[in-house]
Design a protein around this ligand. Structure first.
Ligand SMILES: [Zn+2]
Length: 336
């Protein structure tokens, strides 16, 4: 038997699993050009396709060490069921972050009212699917929707996940419509609290980061996707300075490798500060597992095994294994 090390499983706190199909297929243009191709992929999804493709992608996640996933889902209720079945088949814990979409996107993503959206959430909960609230963004949800969803999440003590500050254009549009920036709007509408996870926060300014710190909210960073989509750099050093909690997500699934996400977080912070060990290995591993679980409201999720005889760990002293995992290993060190 090979020597192995057991660790808490990694938690993928933000995935749009259907976007796995775009890997390697879409080059050139900017985020908005990519989004057009992403919407075309979303349009062709069916429950059967979700069931098949998500099972395969969740198996890829499981093999890479992600044992739980937050599926940020906007393809419809039947497809939500299919995603839950796929996760179960692949042996991954799933929290269905059911998306509220009032405007823009595709007709299949939208609900006619916030009451209709909350009824969908209730129906999924009623059937035992672990759910979280997910107003897509301040782009897709007007302020009155955010207020109702924020109040529901607080009353029901459910996680609330929302995209914010991924691209400069979203901030400009929010300033034009509301006279404030996206995270400020989330605060005004009752959507910020310890149960909140803001996905990306790439272009958050100091005042927005202060709001996240004061409210106890978490940021979900998705560095490999943020690089792929030319989003920008996470303000990692400013986040760490405020001790805002972080978790990770594979988002578009252009890569599925928690070690790489964590290494990118630390790498961005090093480039920004000119220092090494900004987060440190212990905290990075915590971002990858415990903080992700807390963000999804999960109390239990499976562990994973590390193959200590893997070639990536050859010559590494036992005392340095954890540091070496983050500094120099990929998902293939996970015992399958
Ligand atoms: Zn996303």
């Amino acid at each position: 038997m090979t020597a192995s090390l057991v660790l808490p499983g990694f938690v993928n706190a933000h995935s749009h699993t259907f976007q796995r199909a775009l890997r390697g297929r879409v080059g050139g243009g900017d985020f908005w050009a990519w989004r057009e191709q992403m919407l075309a992929e979303a349009e062709r999804q069916t429950p059967a396709l979700v069931r098949e493709d998500y099972t395969r992608a969740y198996r890829e996640m499981r093999a890479a060490g992600y044992t739980a996933v937050g599926e940020f889902h906007y393809l419809g209720v039947d497809e939500a069921w299919a995603a839950a079945e796929a996760a179960s088949e692949a042996g991954v814990e799933l929290v269905l972050l059911h998306v509220a979409y009032a405007r823009g996107g595709l007709p299949r993503m939208r609900q006619p009212s916030v009451a209709a959206y909350l009824a969908q959430v209730e129906s999924l909960r009623g059937e035992g699917v672990p759910v979280g609230l997910a107003p897509h963004s301040v782009r897709a949800c007007p302020a009155d929707w955010l207020e109702e969803i924020g109040a529901y999440a607080t009353a029901e003590q459910l996680p609330l996940h929302v995209h914010a500050d991924e691209q400069p254009r979203e901030i400009e549009e929010c300033l034009a419509e509301h006279g404030c920036r996206p995270i400020e709007l989330l605060a005004r509408t009752g959507c910020l609290g310890p149960h909140t996870t803001v996905v990306h926060a790439t272009h958050a300014d100091g005042a927005e980061l202060d709001l996240l710190a004061e409210s106890g909210a978490t940021i979900c960073a998705c560095p490999t996707t943020e690089a792929d989509l030319a989003d920008g750099f996470l303000p990692a050093a400013r986040i760490e300075h405020r001790r805002i909690s972080l978790c990770i997500g594979s988002d578009s699934n252009v890569r599925i490798d928690p070690f790489e996400e964590l290494r990118e977080l630390e790498g961005i912070a090093r480039r920004q500060t000119g220092r090494r060990g900004v987060f440190g290995t212990e905290r990075l591993l915590c971002f990858g597992s415990d903080e992700g679980a807390r963000s999804l409201g999960l109390e239990r999720w499976p562990d994973l095994g590390i193959d200590l005889e893997h070639r990536s760990l050859a010559g590494v002293a036992p005392a340095d294994v954890f540091d070496a995992l983050v500094a120099g290993c990929g998902a293939d060190v996970v015992v399958s």
